[in-house]
Write a protein that binds this ligand. Sequence first.
Ligand SMILES: [Zn+2]
Length: 239
Amino acid sequence: MSNLFEHSTIEVLIAAKLDGTITLAELLKHGNYGLGTFTGLDGEVIILDNDVYQVDQTGTVNHITDMDTTLPFASVHKPSENEQPLSLAKADFTLLNQTFAADKNLKNVFATIKLHGHFNAVKVRVAPKQEKPYPSLLAVTKNQPIFDTENVSGTIIGYYAPELFGNITAAGWHLHFLSDDHQFGGHLLSFVGSQLDGTFEIFDGIEQHFPINDDEFRNHENDLETLKAAIEESEGFQD
Ligand SMILES: [Zn+2]
């Protein structure tokens, strides 16, 4: 059995519930690879084999070792026997969204990819840290730092979610990037990669975890009408 573990729903970020509701210590019990963000939408989190990196709003990559650090939303997994090797001679979001998604028949499943190699071009955004009272994710998205670079070695990690689950997470690909030299990273908006090697895995299921002791989470109203468009605008990519 392989499960994707999701802590809280992306909807809480859209609704400006940005206080952390799980510690890294707890999160890492459920997976050693993944992504997320910290309290206050403080940067983009990339977890590679239990090492936790944060790209902050200045574009600086920080290695996070304080396991009491909290996250309002995160997705992690442990590689399982479902994992397959993956090599792509050339890749970008168009390939992942079209040829790759069709070849692997992803439309009704959750999946993960991890790809390492050379990137001719990478463009990322980094969520800037917010103070209370927190604005909505959409408002933050309009003013988020965007960084790009060329000719860099690095790793892409992230998840594919089917359209059906687009209310709790970002439907389609949600990918984060970290360069090998730890000088560049973030939430992936676009990329062109070549000679990428890594792994691909389709999950048997998801474990959706809720912050049940958080009053804000328990009491807030879901705005389902605007939710999907908001997720797309704030969590999407740019191809
Ligand atoms: Zn992201």
